[in-house]
Design a protein around this ligand. Sequence first.
Ligand code: SF4
Ligand code: SF4
Length: 322
Amino acid sequence: MQISTYRRATQIFFILLIIGAPFLDILRIDSDTRSLIVFGKEWSIGLEEGFYLNQSFENASHVAWRFFLKAVLPWITVLSIFPILGALTGRFFCGWFCPEGALFELFDFFTMKIFGRRSLFTKKPNDPGAPAEKRLPYIILALFSMIAIPLFMGVVLTGYFVNPRTVWTQVLNREFTFGVKAGIIGVSIYMFISAMIVRHTLCKYVCGAGLMQMLFGWASPVSLRIKTDVVKLGACTDCKKCEKVCFMNVKPRLLRKDINCVNCGECITACNKELGKNRGVFSFAQSRSCVLPVKEAVKKQDDVLPDHEKSLKGEYYEKTCH
Ligand code: SF4
Ligand code: SF4
């Protein structure tokens, strides 16, 4: 099975988890009781009503401890997930799990089929070719998706703040309270704009989870990255398929760590298709810098390259290895 098949499976799994979490009481806020529900249990600081009336030192210590244990510590734990993920796996979460990233890829797919480019507005050098010969089915699907998906996600995400059963009942009866209506409209507009206009620019410059993974992944000596095999690079046909599949506009042949790479692995698959199974230039690795020291790598490359390519590939490597 190819990397992209596994990746689609993890993306679908995570989308289903996001949809199901409030329904299954895995995580949601109950607006009726104003409490947080985590795995079916009410999460509260656990202080009795009127706790502030007792102003003794013991009571103050008890309140501070409960607050630290039930509010500060869990919050720190949640916030530390993305730095830890970043330090170990780079932006792997963005490429394999993020539901919003998956949505952006879906709309990339539609615009590629309809306009022959990823963006609605501009063509980029790595846009993969011409639009589909029969565009009508894609146009119909895209129009349906651009309305249905933001609305559906508006309903789902509102269920994180209002009991999802209440939300769906109101949707089915078409009778909305102000809060539910505002939630659905607000989320739908956000989803529509981000999927239609912003897309991966949001991943690069706005998303807090992405930025944390990016920074910690960049600084970590052991974070997951795409390794370019400098020896196999000698067989590169310059087909540019590795660049065309990259929705983050990374040039994986450049031998440096690009903070925008989400470790999706699509370039690995593309190059294996071009050069043959296991002959592709790219693989996943956990290291900081170039695979080999510059001179050694150049020499190794020269050993496997035909004469007319030797200097070219050597220069290429020396210029790009940081
Ligand atoms: S460089 Fe490769 S792994 Fe990184 S985002 Fe681009 S296609 Fe995905
Ligand atoms: S896909 Fe492989 S062969 Fe094609 S340009 Fe990229 S590295 Fe070279």
